[in-house]
Design a protein around this ligand. Structure first.
Ligand code: ADP
Ligand code: MG
Length: 260
């Protein structure tokens, strides 16, 4: 387990009659951007909420940097920074106030906090928006504020649920570089997406999830090899991994989500 930051064993989650996760086994190494790739409804958000200890599984084991999430969810929360699929921000605060608030809850030293907020605001090119009400900001700028808030306590692990949502190409590149810096320090990024190109451009390794099960794991190269085609595109690999009988709905779901 030494070089795995996240270990998941036999993880199940049901919402009433709906089984969202059907026995996930996964080891996520540190020092990498690890992708969870799958169409809408495949269980990505559920998996990330359980890993961040926001939600309890029906059964199974989750260990995050050696901490058993079932036994010590609060401790997991202190070492994880999480960007939810739909972030909740305080619309009547400014980004400066909101990030200051998050930093004080996270018990970040005052001087370090100011320095960090400035550095991230500058990296994301939103210095001129730091004193506007969050409610008046564009979707993309709100997403940047949510991302900065996940970094504010210098966590060990960053979890982004569809983290590229709402970001223009330039901002997406800034985020990617930020994540690369983060993992080059030996930390871990877990990144869910339903967009194949995003997984392909951002993630070192990825797991393909479909109907609550992991159907393949590896680098893009390994996934290509397991698909048996040297030059297979991720889309072919994905369709191959999820099985021919399910081809049609998957393609439709992907087309639908890709065109959003
Ligand atoms: P993804 O993030 O990949 O789109 P989710 O984890 O959101 O997938 O959802 C997985 C499955 O669980 C879907 O069938 C979804 O409808 C269902 N689900 C998710 N959240 C709830 C909930 N709060 N109550 C009932 N069903 C849910
Ligand atoms: Mg989701």
């Amino acid at each position: 387990m030494s070089n795995s930051s996240i270990v998941i064993r036999d993880l199940y989650k049901s919402y009433g009659e709906v089984q969202a996760l059907g026995g996930i086994d996964l080891e996520i190494p540190n020092g990498q951007i690890f992708g969870i790739l799958g169409p809408n409804g495949s269980g990505k958000t559920t998996l990330l909420k359980i890993i961040t200890s926001i939600m309890e599984p029906t059964s199974g084991l989750v260990v995050v940097n050696g901490i058993n999430a079932g036994e010590n969810p609060m401790k997991v929360k202190t070492i994880v920074g999480y960007v939810p699929e739909t972030p909740t921000l305080y619309e009547s605060l400014t980004p400066l106030e909101f990030l200051g608030f998050v930093g004080s809850i996270r018990k970040v030293d005052h001087n370090i906090l100011s320095e960090r907020i400035n550095r991230f605001a500058s990296a994301f090119e939103i210095e001129d928006k730091m004193n506007n009400f969050i409610g008046s900001l564009s979707f993309g700028t709100k997403q940047k504020v949510a991302i900065i808030s996940a970094f504010i306590h210098d966590p060990e692990i960053i979890v982004l649920d569809e983290g590229m949502n709402g970001l223009d190409p330039r901002s997406a590149k800034i985020l990617k570089n930020l994540l690369l810096d983060f993992v080059s320090a030996g930390k871990t990024v877990l990144f869910s997406t339903h967009v194949l190109e995003v997984a392909e451009s951002v993630c070192h390794r990825m797991a393909i999830i479909y109907k609550g099960n992991i159907v393949d794991v590896g680098t893009l190269k390994e996934l290509r090899e397991s698909a048996g085609e040297k030059d297979a595109k991720l889309e072919d690999i994905f369709l191959n991994a999820t099985g021919d009988s399910d081809l049609k709905p998957v393609i439709e779901s992907l087309k639908e989500t890709l065109s959003k």
